[in-house]
Design a protein. Sequence first.
Length: 231
Amino acid sequence: MSEVKISAEPRTEFGKGGARRTRRAGKVPAVLYGHGEKPKHIALPSREFAAAIRKGGANQLFAIEVSDGTQVLALPKAIQRDPIKDTFEHVDLLLVRRGEKVTVEVPVQLTGEAAKDTLIVHDHDTLSVTADATKVPDHLEASIEGAEPGTTITAADVELPSGVELATDEDTAVASVTAAPTAEQLEATLPEVEEATEEAEAEVGEETAEGAEGAPAAEGEEAPAEAKTEA
């Protein structure tokens, strides 16, 4: 993976307020750390950072030039996103050196097609590998071509680029191949699903009714008096 050059500015405002102001200015709050260095707080341009991550993935290598003259290489260690806006909230960047070995999580992609009438369960989307900091792959591949029901693809079956070593246990399941249910099997499960749904709805209805009966009178209202029978 080639490195991406990106500019940065020192960040002097901290806390939630400072982070919000940084993001409003079109930048991502970030911190550089590692190699025994004192953490350095910086701000990265949002658009450039987002474009690099979209293209190179979460393990994109950055050549960062800070306006105070600092020049470093860094890998994203932790990325916080806004789940609604899908924007970057904060980034932790790990300082690395050329030739240095790092251990990172890399996405696994399944290639090929399994045998007919099968289902694929992706047990692990990523695997931990050790590689040169400047040669971390953006993804790994595992073939499921022609895989029959009962087949398990393990970490040992994943293709590793030259210089990349597996850090995860070789027996770790990456994907499992099972037989797809037949139409008859699906039909047989429908009554069970409908019955479970009806029971769940009934329980919700009972809980709602009980809550309504025991609910206290609203503020400013008097609770209804109990009916009295005159002799």
